[in-house]
Design a protein around this ligand. Structure first.
Ligand code: IMP
Length: 205
């Protein structure tokens, strides 16, 4: 009986957010990739983020830093992944956007609900811009997830703004109330990684 040789390709994800690594693995592992957090001596290297209001520009900086970090190391042949993402709330002029991480850690989900108390529109979207570097080539992908901000915090799955974000493609539950696989099938990150994968050729078998 002929044996099928499946080649698993390792991808190093430069991020300090372990949840992103888990989510990237959910999408890319089905496609023959094994995503690992990029660590140096067990620690995620610090990424310097530029002053920019665009996730695309922040991601470009991240991939350049990742390339500098692996240059001359044993990991030079590995594929690299970076991503910048955020929550963009319409009635707040796209706040917190690229500053999502900072505001999630400071004012948190309660703070966002407070800011929206007198706003009619609760429309929002998550965006993720991923860049993969593989075999000397760059692959870019923007994923979006349209939705709205809930009236209260619901659920404890996911991370960050998930307990207050209700995707339009769902059944009214927040991402915080969904199983990982449900979020992955609807999320901005899932979409951007699927687009990335479509741009990459299938790994040889
Ligand atoms: P980054 O690491 O600079 O890209 O920060 C992204 C921030 O946006 C995160 O720290 C979260 O606050 C928020 N964010 C992005 N994607 C998600 C998500 O899938 N769920 C919840 N919060 C998210």
């Amino acid at each position: 009986m002929p044996r099928l040789l499946v080649i698993i390709m390792k991808v190093l994800f430069l991020t300090s957010n372990k949840n992103k690594v888990i989510e990237a693995n959910q999408t890319l592992s089905k496609l023959g990739y094994e995503v690992e957090q990029f660590l140096i001596e067990g620690v995620a290297p610090k990424i310097v983020e530029p002053q920019s209001s665009k996730i695309e520009i922040v991601s470009e900086y991240k991939i350049q830093q990742a390339l500098e970090l692996i240059s001359g190391t044993d990991f030079e042949s590995h594929a690299l992944l970076v991503e910048d993402s955020g929550l963009f709330i319409k009635s707040l002029n796209d706040f917190p956007g690229v500053y999502s991480s900072y505001f999630s850690e400071t004012i948190g989900n309660q703070g966002i609900l407070k800011l929206l108390l007198n706003e009619e529109s609760r429309d929002a979207e998550y965006r993720a811009f991923s860049i993969m570097y593989s075999d000397g080539k760059y692959f870019h992908a923007l994923g979006k997830c349209l939705g709205r901000i809930s009236n209260e915090i619901k659920g404890s799955n996911g991370f960050g703004y998930d307990p207050i974000f209700i995707p339009n493609s769902g059944d009214g539950r927040t991402f915080g109330e969904m199983e990982d696989y449900e979020k992955e099938s609807k999320s901005h990150r899932g979409e951007s990684l699927r687009i990335l994968y479509d741009k990459l050729s299938l790994p040889s078998k």
